[in-house]
Design a protein. Structure first.
Length: 400
């Protein structure tokens, strides 16, 4: 005998007993009560499935209100787009920029001091880096000593020139005296000669007058030679002074250069801003021209927006721009178009595209547009170079 047969055999008495119990219950209850469960079941199910009488209108009204709100909002946005949105040109290919100052060295030396750290705010003139200045100080002292020697030489030549001028005045006075003596001796000679011719004077008197005349003439010649010598000495001294002055000027330039080289050992901030991209450590041996750090002028930031060539047609300098920054959600900045590039970005690239050869695929080019930020936007000091922004411009005249 199989298992199914055994199960069926044992289940039959059980089913018979259940049928007997049900029959007894039906005979014990009135007919109306016996039918109540059967009649109540469908009615109760329908009443449970049927919603309350007032719920359908409320639901319909809610759907109508929601649909009306959506349609109204869509209509408002559509009208705003038709009146304003379709004229606005925008791009998200835009970034914050700044004319950063690169700090580099002009001398090769060891770093003696580093006065700033990364992200530190500095003012123009604040010390940044100090280099070892030993060699520069020695060079400056040597140049100063040579310059002082040249100045002393000039002073000596000037003194000698003054003495030569005094000698010239003395020689000129002696020459004047000699000229007077010559005049007197000539008069004496003429008188003695006239008397001797008339036999009124002696030959000795004439000889003495002749000697005095010759002596006075010789003295005059000597005095005139002294004047010429004094003038020559002055000319020589003047030539020496010109040469000494030229050497003094050269040494002065060398002194100024040495002082300038010494000043290069103290590197200061050229502008106000934020220290960034530092690349210097205490004790480093830096070479001339090495880049040490950058100064970011947070009060001189701007925006460069790369608009498609199909968008820049209506743009012009002076158009108002609205700027939103990815890093500052909810904040809106205002600006003005300050410049439009003279060509697309590809024209000024390192390797411009050559479309004259090979297959050609037309690509929409982009034109850089410079946006000057409003003073109140710059004053916040929240914009950093390199931040991504979205720029929107309304080129219509009435928008300005």
């Amino acid at each position: 005998m199989s298992a199914d047969t055994l199960i069926e055999k044992h289940a039959e008495p059980r089913r018979d007993r259940l049928k007997l119990v049900d029959a007894r219950l039906e005979t014990a209850q009135p007919p109306s009560e016996a039918r109540k469960p059967e009649e109540a079941t469908p009615g109760s199910e329908q009443s449970a499935a049927r919603p309350p009488a007032g719920r359908k209108p409320v639901k319909r009204m809610a759907l109508i209100l929601v649909a009306g709100t959506v349609l109204a909002a869509g209509g408002w946005f559509g009208l705003d787009w038709w009146r304003n949105g379709r004229f606005i040109v925008s791009t998200d290919d835009a970034y914050v920029g700044a004319e950063m100052a690169t700090i580099s060295t002009k001398l090769a030396a060891n770093v003696a001091t580093v006065s700033v750290t990364r992200n530190q705010e500095v003012k123009a003139g604040d010390p940044l880096v100090g280099l070892d200045d030993g060699d520069q100080r020695i060079a400056l002292e040597s140049a100063q000593a040579k310059s002082a020697t040249a100045a002393a030489t000039l002073s000596r030549i000037d003194a000698q020139t003054e003495a030569a001028r005094a000698s010239l005045l003395q020689a000129q006075a002696q020459a004047t005296s000699a000229e007077a003596a010559v005049t007197r001796s000539l008069a004496d000679f003429e008188r003695a000669n006239s008397l001797a011719a008339k036999s009124y004077g002696s030959q000795a008197t004439l000889d003495a007058a002749t000697a005095a005349r010759d002596q006075a003439a010789a003295a005059l010649a000597s005095a005139q030679a002294g004047v010429a010598q004094a003038k020559a000495n002055i000319e020589v001294l003047q030539a020496q002074r010109i040469e000494a002055a030229r050497q003094a000027d050269e040494l002065k330039v060398a002194e100024e250069k040495a002082a300038r080289d010494l000043s290069f050992t103290r590197i200061t901030a050229p502008i106000d801003g934020l220290v960034a991209n530092t690349n210097v450590q205490l004790g480093d041996l830096v070479s001339a021209g090495k880049r040490l750090m950058s100064i970011v002028p947070l009060d001189q930031v701007y925006v460069d927006a790369n608009f498609k060539e199909t968008q820049v047609g209506p743009l012009k300098i002076g158009d108002k721009a609205t700027i939103t920054v990815d890093a500052l959600p909810g904040q809106v900045f205002q600006g003005t178009v300050s410049g439009i590039a003279g060509g697309t970005g590809s024209v000024f690239s390192l390797l411009p595209a050559d479309n004259a050869t090979g297959n050609f695929t037309k690509i929409v080019q982009r034109v850089p547009v410079r946006i000057a930020l409003a003073p109140e936007a710059i004053a916040r000091h929240t914009l950093r170079p390199g931040m991504s922004v979205v720029v929107s411009i309304d080129p219509r005249p009435q928008a300005h």
